[in-house]
Every structure is written in structure tokens, then in C-alpha cells.
Design a protein around this ligand. Structure first.
Ligand code: 15L
Length: 280
């Protein structure tokens, strides 16, 4: 095992650090991840709102740039679910500070505090330029970012690889499609991750034995899906939801895509054509 390594195989989920806990996905996850005997330590730059159904929680108000606060926040947790940072396209400074530096700061704090497992929220936009051609896109398809944001997510994945290879930490990167209560438009029929499946995925990441470093897709079992579910199934993620139930409504609203428009079958959709580095 590499120098400074932590033991792998941890399945203790009694105290979990959740970064970005006040954000959209963090807020959806909190009540789902609540369980007897588990405390969620919530970290964000703003106070997370009270959420019905959430369980035992502790709050840390801190930025991903505050290395001392991150180290304190990492002490005594058995795993980290890292959702924090920039979640849409923005300036180079924003994605560098909030995603690249922020994630490296967190990984270093996790290493110093002896946290054996970190789940990193990556994104479909890290591979947004891949085109679906009828064969499911593998979870570890090479990075093909569609934006600076997508590039920063690819950098996060590689930062995770560094911390796994150097220190033996378990690092699971989630290429999250579209985590929303319902599919967000036509592309969402292929990329949707229901909150319930998002929760199933996080629990699989927390409880699987000795994952090492891996990348898995964060999508539901969508009839029109573009990506491979095999890598997720290998760690016990068995999605149950399918965006197809929303298809009539979505197609009614958006109309069918133009098959001649190649953007519509790229994983990143119209993010492949938005101005680079402009805040959405
Ligand atoms: C993402 O990575 C974003 O964080 C989220 O806001 C959605 O835009 C999602 O991708 C998506 O592509 O639907």
C-alpha cells in the first residue's frame, strides 16, 4: 500500500461529511440519506435550510478555500460526499477556485484527517462531447469536456486518481447526468437521475467494499439512456427509475429533436455550444 495510505474496505456510514449541503442536490439528498445511527455533517458557505425528514445533522459554515476549516470538518468522519463547488458554466477563476482548488483542498484535508473514502460529484459535462451512437458510453470514457465547468470536473476526476494512487484512498467519481425531481427537457429523457436513484447511488458508494478508484455514471435506468450502467452495478447501484414515464409530457412541451442536429445526441447537449467561460 502506498506511503501514508488509509485502509480500504470501509463501510462505516455513521458520520458522513456532505459538502454543498445547502445546494439543490444536497438539499434533496439530506432527508433521503437520513437514517438511525447516522449523522450528516453539512458543509456549505451558507446555512442549509431546514428540510423535513432530515435526521441527525451538524453544520459547518466554511468555504472550500479554507483549508483549516476543511481539516476540522473532516475529523471523525468515515466518508465524504463532495457535492460542493461551481455547478454550472462560469469564468475560469470560478471553476479553478471552486472546483479544482476546492476539491484538491478537500482531498488533502481528507488525507490529513485519515478519511478513507471520498465520493466526488463529477458530471456528464466532463465527457459532454461524446456522441451517443447506439452503444452505451462507458463510465470511464476519456474526458471530452464541453465547457470550462466540464473541464474542471475532468480535473476533479484526475485529482481523485492522484489521491488514490498516492495514498490508497477510495475515490469514486460520479458522472452525474441530470439530478432533478423530473427530467429537464428532451436530453433529460436520456440523462435523468431521479433523486431516489441518486440516493441509491450514494449509498452504494458508501457501502461497497474496496472500490479503489473508479468512475460510475449517475443516471437512472432510462429507456432512452445513452450510458453504461454496468460500472455502477458492479458497486451495487441498481437504479429503479426511468424517465420514460415523463416522455409524453416532455415531448409535448419540447417537440421531437431534429435528427440532423448532432448536438442533440452529444452527452452535454446544448452545453457543447454555449459561450465558454460565461456564467450561466
Ligand atoms: C450539471 O453538471 C449541472 O450541475 C446541473 O445543473 C445540470 O445542468 C446537469 O449537469 C445537466 O446536464 O442536466
Amino acid at each position: 500500500m502506498p506511503r501514508g495510505a488509509h485502509a480500504t474496505g470501509s463501510t462505516d456510514t455513521t458520520r458522513i461529511l456532505l459538502t454543498g449541503a445547502a445546494g439543490r442536490v444536497g438539499t434533496q439528498l439530506r432527508p433521503l440519506a437520513a437514517r438511525e445511527g447516522r449523522t450528516l455533517r453539512l458543509l456549505d458557505i451558507t446555512t442549509p435550510a431546514a428540510v423535513e425528514g432530515s435526521g441527525a445533522e451538524e453544520t459547518v459554515i466554511a468555504s472550500l478555500t479554507d483549508t483549516e476549516a476543511l481539516l476540522e470538518a473532516c475529523r471523525g468522519v468515515s466518508a465524504i460526499v463532495h457535492l460542493g463547488g461551481q455547478s454550472v458554466e462560469s469564468t475560469l477563476d470560478d471553476v479553478l477556485d471552486r472546483n479544482v482548488r476546492g476539491t484538491l483542498n478537500l482531498l488533502e484535508a481528507a488525507r490529513l484527517a485519515g478519511v478513507p473514502r471520498v465520493v466526488l460529484a463529477s458530471s456528464a459535462h466532463a465527457v459532454g462531447f461524446h456522441q451517443y451512437d447506439g452503444t452505451p458510453v462507458a463510465a470511464d470514457a476519456p474526458a471530452r469536456p464541453d465547457t470550462l465547468y466540464g473541464w474542471s470536473k475532468a480535473a476533479i476526476e484526475s485529482a481523485g486518481r492522484l489521491y488514490h494512487d498516492r495514498f490508497g484512498m477510495d475515490i469514486i467519481c460520479l458522472r452525474i447526468g441530470s439530478w432533478f425531481p423530473t427530467p429537464n427537457g428532451m436530453r433529460g429523457l436520456s440523462t435523468w437521475l431521479s433523486p431516489a436513484d441518486g440516493h441509491r447511488l450514494v449509498e452504494a458508494c458508501l457501502s461497497c467494499r474496496e472500490p479503489g478508484y473508479r468512475i460510475v455514471w449517475g443516471v437512472s435506468r432510462n429507456t432512452r439512456g445513452w450510458v453504461s450502467l454496468a460500472e455502477g452495478e458492479a458497486i451495487g447501484y441498481h437504479p429503479l427509475d426511468d424517465a420514460e414515464q415523463f416522455a409524453p409530457e416532455v415531448i409535448g412541451e419540447c417537440g421531437l429533436p431534429d435528427p440532423a442536429d448532432s448536438i442533440t445526441s452529444r452527452l452535454g447537449g446544448d452545453w457543447c455550444a454555449i459561450p465558454l467561460g460565461q456564467t450561466l
